[in-house]
Design a binder for this molecule. Structure first.
Ligand code: ATP
Ligand code: MG
Length: 311
């Protein structure tokens, strides 16, 4: 079996939608027949509670990071078929200090996750990172094949981006993780009613081009309610805009991965628009009908108006 890729969901800025994206993208990929593991690397344990899993002493990666333990033993099933979780708990907060004193402190998570990756049990392993560039996030970035960066549609969105970009560059240049790729940038909490959201998306696209996912995640009360019920959005409000957006993001994620994996000579003919230029609503949905996007009380409109215009 192929080695499982690790995708770190990271942004040192707090509250930008890392956990919401990690939980819901993972759940939607599982729904789309992918075998997914989500590792909660944040002492806040929001991904853990968001999937309805109780905190339990000794259940997090903490021991494995310090004692070269095995991650496979920490894997728990979730209520979502094909989605497993390695939970977090408060002891991870101490890991920042303890790991800093350990040998090869940047590589602890890489060492711990390598056997699980090699087994190839999962199509994707996601890591939900804490809101800092501390030891835990740096460990995730050192182990990761790629980093997925959620950013909130608000002023100063770009400021945080340059910081994490610099870190990614340093990890590559230092040899700590020379092949670290950027999976993409996901714009979250997009508000159709404000010009600000559109301006921010436009600005981010100007700087980062097709690294930006076409799928925009709308601001949705349901998305913010779901974690308190311990459910991903596809269980809590399966026909709402939030569920539709994350399903769309999962399809786009898979499509981009497939396109990237294709050898250049067997790529689609040049006349075809590249994967990232196709307006998402035109694409036949793989799982659910397109109707739910418009079938709720929340603002319903094309998810990527700006990209549509330019494409
Ligand atoms: P932290 O940095 O603390 O780990 P985070 O980056 O993981 O935060 P989330 O916890 O996913 O961010 O989201 C921050 C808050 O915003 C949460 O209360 C969440 O429910 C809410 N939220 C996230 N995405 C959306 C959305 N699309 N619409 C409405 N609320 C959202
Ligand atoms: Mg979080």
């Amino acid at each position: 079996m192929a080695r499982s890729p690790i995708i770190a969901v990271a942004n040192q800025k707090g509250g930008v939608g890392k956990t919401t994206t990690a939980v819901n993208l993972a759940a939607c990929l599982a729904e789309q027949q992918q075998r997914v593991l989500l590792i909660d690397l944040d002492p806040q344990a929001n991904a853990t509670s968001g999937l309805g899993v109780a905190r339990r002493e000794g259940a997090s990666v903490y021991r494995a990071l310090l004692d070269n333990g095995r991650l496979a033993e920490l894997v728990l099933p979730t209520a979502v078929e094909r989605l497993d979780l390695i939970p977090s708990e408060l002891d991870l907060a101490g890991a920042e200090v303890d790991i800093a004193r350990a040998e090869r402190y940047l590589h602890r998570f890489q060492t711990a996750s390598a056997p699980l990756q090699a087994e190839g049990r999962y199509d994707f392993i996601f890591v939900d990172c804490p809101p800092s560039l501390g030891i835990l996030t740096m460990n995730a970035l050192t182990a990761a094949d790629a980093v997925l960066i959620p950013i909130q549609c608000e002023y100063y969105a770009l400021e945080g981006l340059s910081v994490i970009q610099r870190i990614i560059g340093q990890l590559r240049a230092s040899g700590a993780n020379p092949a670290l790729a950027i999976e993409g940038i996901v714009m979250t909490m997009y508000d159709l009613r404000t010009n600000l959201s559109q301006q921010v998306v436009q600005e981010v696209i100007q700087h980062f081009g097709d690294q930006v996912f076409e799928t925009l995640i709308p601001r949705s009360v349901r998305l913010s309610e779901a974690p308190s019920y311990g459910q991903p959005i596809i269980a809590y409000d399966q026909h709402g805009t939030g569920a539709a957006a994350y399903r769309q993001l999962a399809r786009e994620f898979l499509k981009r991965r497939r396109a990237a994996a294709q050898p250049a000579d067997s790529a689609e003919p040049a006349a075809e628009p590249p994967a990232s230029a196709a307006p998402p609503p035109a694409e036949p949905p793989a799982v659910e009908p397109a109707a739910p996007v418009a079938a709720t009380a929340e603002p319903a409109a094309p998810l990527s108006p700006l990209l549509k215009r330019s494409g």
